[in-house]
Design a protein. Structure first.
Length: 113
């Protein structure tokens, strides 16, 4: 899924925004590009959480408070969703962050105009 997101950003988005420092504006831009309205901090089952939301959370998690639209309502919500993300990260055997992985994939596709 992360490769698909990287290809989508490469083809339809401003890949430089992903490479720059994360800001409130870049978070909104990326969310709009990926059609993410919210991060589902409240859920009944983990299987109901869209994978794209987990990847998006991984990209912005260190800067999540910059954009009120995606900030959790409580520390408990943040902790629970961070656990979801961490489990997902382990499942995918990522050795780095989703943002760094996408930048790597986008750079590998740089020959495509």
């Amino acid at each position: 899924m992360i490769v698909v997101v990287a290809v989508f950003i490469h083809c339809f988005g401003d890949k430089e925004k992903l490479k720059q420092e994360i800001t409130a504006e870049s978070i909104s831009y990326l969310a709009d590009l990926l059609n993410i309205k919210e991060i589902p901090y409240s859920y009944e089952r983990r299987s109901q959480i869209p994978e794209i939301s987990i990847i998006f959370f991984g990209i912005i998690k260190d800067s999540i408070t910059l954009n009120e639209r995606f900030a959790p309502k409580s520390d408990e919500e943040l902790k629970n969703f961070t656990n979801v993300y961490t489990d997902y990260e382990r499942l995918k055997f990522w050795s780095t962050t989703p943002r760094e992985l996408m930048i790597k994939y986008i750079n590998q596709m740089s020959f495509i105009q």
